[in-house]
Write a protein that binds this ligand. Sequence first.
Ligand code: TYD
Ligand code: MG
Length: 420
Amino acid sequence: MSAFNAPRKPRATHPGAQGIATSQAEPIGQVDASNGARLGTGYAEFDRVLGGGLAAGSVTLIGGDPGIGKSTLLLQCAAAISARVPVLYATGEESVRQVAERGKRLAVQGPALSLISETAVERILEECERAGARVLIVDSIQTMSVGDVDAAPGAVTQLRESTARLVRHAKAAGTAVLLIGHVTREGVIAGPRVLEHMVDTVLYFESDSGSRFRVIRAVKNRFGAVNEIGVFAMDEQGLHEVRNPSAIFLSRGSEAVPGSVVTVAREGTRQMLIEVQSLVDPSQAANPRRVAVGFESNRVALLLAVLHRHAGIALHSHDVFVNVVGGVRLAETAADLAVVAAIASSMSGESLPKELVIFGELGLTGEIRPVPYGEERLREAAKHGFRRAIVPRANAPRQAIAGIEVAAAARLPEALAALR
Ligand code: TYD
Ligand code: MG
């Protein structure tokens, strides 16, 4: 019987800070450490980020800007999950009618999905037990409060205590709890941030402003790898999975243009083809601008210094803009070489071949350093029709990869020469 169908028997325990302490020490070999059954959310993109679905008794915090689609995603998941186990969706932000209307618009069917509009945690937990819910969704943690704490909802003490109460319930009853947390646009994460250490998993839901694509990313996960991402697209029918993100991040025009190049990024366990753009323009200001979207600005400054010293391309009187297309963030140094190639291409006005991909880390001495999963990246590029690649010397594949010609470079000048 899966952990989700069997409510855990409460044991005699001394609840510790989070109510998970057992009163007797056990030899580690005798503790049941089986992974436990995972419950699919109905969305493979979401399951992967969770580390293979929801674990029984886990508490997951999902943060993100207001309006990004947190309620939409979790309502869709709640409906899908309720085909297998009872789910309770507790909202402190909307009436049950509003939620039901949204559900209707999303055409979700939830045979065992119950809704409650409530902000008192005690009431929600009572209702959770009454409904026998194996999954509880709390929308949002900022609206919740417990009676014996004298503070307004959203205040840090209230956030902490409400979360602690929910965590205790999750651990004792084996219910999977999903908490929604708003992050304000100014990046003030004061609310959800204080909760990060209390929960098992922290996910962020992100998007570029104006983009219909949404990326969900694990930043902490006791049940899986971090930095896994799931990609969704939002339309009038809610959120849809994007199973092949390379295809969307690569929607380029048919003409090759200066300042654009494609790199192969690795996010979590998969490769993605992503376009990197740069614009280099004579600066009118005393301090030329270095602006990067989707890439770390400090790293752009570093790469510009390397470009100057080791390739003789001086940009101290130019503004340099770098943009990662599609609202994704490139956190990997493997994108260095693509950023440098895009900058050099914009500066020279020469476009790079459309069938070219490039990746590699750039060191301060001008050396090109290997990156993990070189072959997998090359295979992904070949799969999407790229015919040429420039990669670090140490990433040159031992056996040729069908369909793609690989140029390996050990130093920056070599890589820039291979661009032509
Ligand atoms: P919502 O899930 O309420 O965001 P959050 O809970 O993160 O604050 O989503 C709100 C936005 O999503 C809102 O601007 C409308 C848009 N939306 C769609 O585009 N399509 C849909 O099917 C739904 C339900 C919402
Ligand atoms: Mg909401």
